[in-house]
Design a protein around this ligand. Structure first.
Ligand SMILES: *[C@@H]1O[C@H](CO)[C@@H](O)[C@H](O)[C@H]1NC(C)=O
Length: 135
């Protein structure tokens, strides 16, 4: 007969489950084209391990993806975005240090507009002006 595991083993198992849970913390990032005027945007996002490829996102549509943040807290997705005269505008779509708390609710949402890019603060629900286009 197996005896009940000692409390220490139960505590260790619980800790393991918590760590595994943190390791598989899923985030959804979405870039929404709200440029208006029928403007397409081109978007190329990638991380160290994943290349999401060059996308053409029509006005009013979005491009999104899901991923798990790593335990080291170094998850980073960076993108190059283009529309009209804006060429290869480089920005971070998800940076663990900046966004783990800011994008609470596990959604990191961005609106791409004529004046720049807005990010939603998951804590307040407000859209914050994050990037302006280079002159
Ligand atoms: C947007 O992209 C679509 C598909 O690639 C293309 O047919 C359309 O002409 C583009 N619109 C503009 C305004 O460039």
């Amino acid at each position: 007969m197996l005896s009940r595991p000692p409390p220490f083993a139960a505590a260790a198992l619980l800790l393991l489950l918590l760590v595994a849970g943190a390791a598989s913390h899923d985030v959804h990032v979405s870039m929404m084209n709200r440029l208006g005027g029928g403007n397409n945007m081109t978007l190329h996002c990638q991380s160290k391990d994943n290349n999401l490829g060059q996308q053409t996102v029509p006005d009013g549509s979005e491009f999104g993806w899901d991923f798990s943040v790593n335990v080291e807290g170094t998850t980073l997705f960076f993108c190059d975005l283009g529309w009209q005269s804006v060429m290869d505008f480089h920005f971070d779509a998800y940076s663990f240090g900046r966004d783990f708390v800011r994008c609470s609710g596990d959604k990191c949402l961005w609106i791409v507009a004529k004046e720049g890019i807005y990010g939603q603060n998951g804590k307040t629900g407000l859209w914050e002006y994050a990037y302006s286009w280079p002159n």
